[in-house]
Design a protein around this ligand. Structure first.
Ligand SMILES: [Zn+2]
Length: 378
């Protein structure tokens, strides 16, 4: 650690020691629901601020190109705790900390320096701080909604371990309302396609599919059922080792429409716990069994820290009509850049279809991406 870093380290320590006694409650703060950390904050071109679609009474401020928002909004949105001490100001959300020196533009985030172009300002008794400059290094996704010009900031403390979110590289999500949209495709001209496979009933087929994608230097995504994971944990480990994404498909595959909200939450959490038991996670992707979903259920999923992933097309590999030939024909018909297909890791028919279609798509110049890769624009 060089002397500069050491100096900062000491300052950070001091701030946290002092924070014990100097913790200030933020004015006009509402009770924060700590079970629900995902929030979408938007600032429109008139500087009106909305939280998960509801307009707030406070407005943002603009200095040059920098948008500043009151600290109390960050408390409302993400439970941010603000502390002041002689050493400076500290903001904490979950396990992430930012520290800055009073009203100067000098600041410091988790032992890294990110210079602010604009210092915080006091206005109407409220402290305003630069929104993008603070929240992006905190791990939030910050983007501009292409159609409206609104600035959007999406953040869940449950995402903090997701490096691609921390890098703020979710360019493809700029046109997506994360709280209501079920992601089915992303707008892109790049020849990428995301194959997803649900259920993992047939562990052998699932592993063969994962290995096949690997031979094309590609990835796919498996939405797994917790009880099936318990029976075949090694299949899941193979998928992870090969770089595929694992998403949550509940513990035992009930339709959300047939169970209570509380049971849906338990189903999601129990699936996550099975993976946690293996040192893995299903975050941040979820797919509804039977695609039985609506905006109410999606909000529950969002509150659990997940994005709902849909599919543009099913490859028709379930039901009495299924055959590898039918699946191949479906993919041929509907392939286009950025599309998400859903299949099922339930029988060798799906693997057989992939064996035919992947080389064909590769010849056309397609590459095969996981949901993470699709969303971060790789
Ligand atoms: Zn399913």
């Amino acid at each position: 650690m060089n002397s500069r870093k050491l100096r900062w380290f000491v300052i950070v320590l001091l701030v946290y020691c002092c924070a014990e006694v100097a913790l200030l409650s933020v004015p006009s703060a509402q009770a924060v629901d700590t079970t629900s950390w995902f929030r979408l904050l938007t600032v429109d071109t008139n500087l009106a601020i909305s939280l998960n679609g509801s307009k707030l009474s406070t407005k943002a401020e603009r200095i040059g190109d920098t948008i500043l928002v009151p600290l109390s909004i960050l408390h409302q949105a993400w439970g941010a705790i603000y502390a002041v001490s002689p050493a400076g100001s500290a903001l904490t959300i979950g396990s992430r900390h930012a520290v800055w020196k009073g009203m100067s533009a000098t600041y410091h985030l988790d032992l890294l320096d990110f210079p602010w172009g604009v210092a915080p300002v006091l206005s109407g008794g409220q402290l305003y701080i630069p929104l993008r400059e603070l929240m992006e290094p905190m791990g939030a996704f910050v983007g501009k909604q292409a159609s409206t010009g609104d600035m959007i900031v999406a953040y869940s403390t449950k995402w903090q371990k997701e490096p691609w979110l921390r890098q703020g590289q979710l360019t493809q999500l700029e046109t997506v309302d994360l709280t209501h949209t079920n992601v089915k495709r992303v707008a892109t001209t790049r020849k990428v396609v995301a194959f997803t496979f649900d259920d993992n009933w047939d562990a052998v087929a699932a592993v063969r599919i994962a290995e096949l994608f690997d031979t094309y230097n590609g990835h796919c995504t498996f939405f797994v059922i917790g009880t099936n994971v318990r029976m075949h944990p090694d299949a899941i480990r193979t998928m992870v080792r090969l770089g595929d994404d694992i998403g949550n498909h509940t513990l035992s595959h009930p339709a959300a429409t047939n169970i209570t909200d509380a049971t849906l939450i338990k189903q999601i959490q129990a699936c996550e716990q099975v993976l946690n038991g293996m040192g893995l996670t299903t975050r941040p992707y979820f797919r509804f069994p039977y695609f039985a979903e609506d905006s109410h259920f999606m909000r529950i999923v969002t509150d659990q820290g997940y994005l709902t992933i849909g599919a543009m097309w099913t490859i028709e590999d379930t039901g009495p009509e299924r055959s590898a030939a039918l699946s191949v024909a479906t993919v041929r018909r509907f392939i286009s850049p950025g599309v998400i297909f859903v299949g099922h890791a339930n029988s060798m028919a799906t693997f057989d279809a992939m064996k035919v279609i992947l080389p064909e798509l590769a010849r056309q110049g397609y590459s095969f991406v996981s949901i993470s890769e699709l969303l971060r624009g790789h």
